[in-house]
Design a protein around this ligand. Structure first.
Ligand code: PGA
Length: 271
């Protein structure tokens, strides 16, 4: 499974940050920090809070960056106060969403089951789900990382397989930001802590995720699947991570709020 065919994807996760007035200045600075070669060689995606999506889309469209939501509901409409559906997002022109971020799992009771349902819904609506998985510190320490991550990946990909969208939709295959599936491996102990996984720790889990994906959805799928690393990724460690054969990009929180830092991270892969 050659990494050469997989285009790198750098995704910024703004979380509950970025006021409306900050968006245009952010992109002016971010775009100024990128070079022409990187723009061609790297896909760039910004996961914005719901209320900031339209302004983010307006800033990104002309500049060629993609926009994602940070969450989506699995039903199209109904009595779900406070939720936003995939059709509402696609009405706006949003073609991607994060699903199952560890903060959603930890603070908003997301489960493997809800993550699976949301992922299937996103795919059915021609959105690219960026599905987040990762182990807690206790799980890493007790040696159950592979079991935990394997279970999370299996739950979501088995649901995708059982729904049959792969059979119905040739274009489902990953590799195209407008129509695919991305997995983000984010060890929970590394998120926002400044304590990134080492390149070796990340690579071995990424390779494992690709193996599990291959067992469930076949090696053609797994070979094209983009697997991002997240958890204290920054301009200083991104190059080493992206040099690993199974690390296809980054899901970046804190550093994605700093336009200069995030631009530097998007340049690294093509350097
Ligand atoms: P971080 O967050 O880069 O600030 O660690 C990553 C994430 O939560 O997606």
């Amino acid at each position: 499974m050659s990494a050469a065919k997989r285009k790198k994807l750098l995704a910024g996760n703004w979380k509950m940050n970025m006021r409306l007035a900050e968006i245009e200045p952010f992109f002016t600075a971010f775009a100024a920090g990128l070079d022409a070669a990187s723009r061609q060689q790297v896909d760039v995606l910004f996961a914005a809070p719901f209320t900031q999506i339209q302004a983010t889309l307006a800033a990104c469209r002309a500049r060629g960056f993609a926009v994602a939501a940070q969450n989506v509901h699995f039903e199209a409409s109904g009595a779900f106060t406070g939720e936003v559906s995939a059709v509402m997002l696609t009405d706006l022109g949003v073609r991607s969403t994060l699903i199952g971020h560890s903060e959603r799992r930890q603070y908003f009771a997301e489960t493997d089951e809800s993550v699976a349902k949301k992922t299937v819904t996103a795919i059915k609506n021609a959105m690219t789900p960026v599905v987040c998985v990762g182990e807690l510190l206790e799980e890493r320490k007790s040696g159950s990382t592979f079991e935990v991550v394997g279970h999370q990946v299996e739950a979501v990909l088995t649901a995708v397989k059982n729904q049959g969208p792969l059979k119905d939709r040739e274009a489902f295959y990953p590799g195209d930001l407008t129509d695919g599936l991305v997995i983000a491996y984010e060890p929970v102990w590394a998120i926002g802590t400044g304590l990134s996984a080492t390149t070796e720790q990340a690579q071995e889990v990424h390779a494992f995720i690709r193996k599990v994906a291959g067992e469930i959805l076949g090696n053609d799928f797994a070979g094209k699947l983009r697997i991002l690393y997240g958890g204290s990724a920054n301009p200083g460690n991104i190059a080493g991570l992206l040099a690993q054969p199974d690390i296809d990009g980054g899901l970046v929180g804190g550093a994605s709020l700093k336009p200069g830092d995030f631009a530097a991270m998007c340049i690294t892969p093509s350097a």
